[in-house]
Design a protein around this ligand. Structure first.
Ligand SMILES: [Zn+2]
Length: 88
């Protein structure tokens, strides 16, 4: 079958995994990623691991910090903003 996308090697696919998971690639890159993951166990495994990790992180981030902690973080941010006005 004729393909429009350039076939990816692992060194093309791996740096794009993060964007692939976040669906931030162009249509051609998405096709090339799917094609590569279909045929490459290593990258498919890496994709699975990162997808799981992302869902774990997302679940963990859903827990809301207690108000006392949020107040402390907010106060510290104000201090830091004063200390580093340029955001440096
Ligand atoms: Zn690969």
């Amino acid at each position: 079958m004729e393909t429009l996308f350039k076939r990816f090697a692992c060194e093309d696919a791996l740096p794009r995994l993060h964007q692939f998971i976040d669906e931030e690639l162009s249509v051609l890159e998405l096709d090339a990623m799917r094609d590569h993951l279909d045929g490459c166990d290593n990258c498919a495994h890496e994709h699975e691991v990162r997808t799981k990790l992302k869902s774990v992180v997302r679940r963990a981030c859903r827990d809301v910090a207690p108000l006392s902690l949020r107040s402390k973080v907010a106060a510290r941010l104000v201090e830091l903003r004063r200390a580093f006005p340029e955001g440096a």
